[in-house]
Ligand binder design. Structure first.
Ligand SMILES: [Zn+2]
Length: 80
C-alpha cells in the first residue's frame, strides 16, 4: 500500500480516502494528486487553495496520464 503525505499537515499515512486531483480543473497542465489525511485537512485545503477559481477541465484530456483514478492507494502518482 502506498504511503501518502498529507498535503496540508504533512503527516504520513496510508489508506487515503480524500485527495485533490488536477484532472478536475485547469490550473495544472500535468496530473497532480494531493492526498489529505482526513476530512479536517480536506476541508482546510478547500479554504486555502484557489483551485475552485479555475475552470473545470471538460472534456477530460486523453492519454494514459489522465485516466480516471478511483483509488490512489495502489498506484504511483506525482504530487507537489
Ligand atoms: Zn492532514
Amino acid at each position: 500500500m502506498t504511503n501518502h503525505t498529507c498535503y496540508v499537515c504533512k503527516k504520513t499515512f496510508t489508506n487515503a480516502i480524500y485527495w485533490y486531483d488536477s484532472l478536475h480543473d485547469t490550473k495544472h497542465d500535468k496530473r497532480i494528486i494531493r492526498p489529505f489525511c482526513g476530512p479536517p485537512c480536506a476541508n482546510k485545503y478547500r479554504e486555502i487553495s484557489d483551485e475552485n477559481n479555475y475552470p473545470s477541465r471538460k472534456p477530460f484530456p486523453n492519454g494514459p496520464e489522465w485516466q480516471i483514478i478511483q483509488d490512489i492507494n495502489y498506484i504511483d502518482y506525482d504530487s507537489d
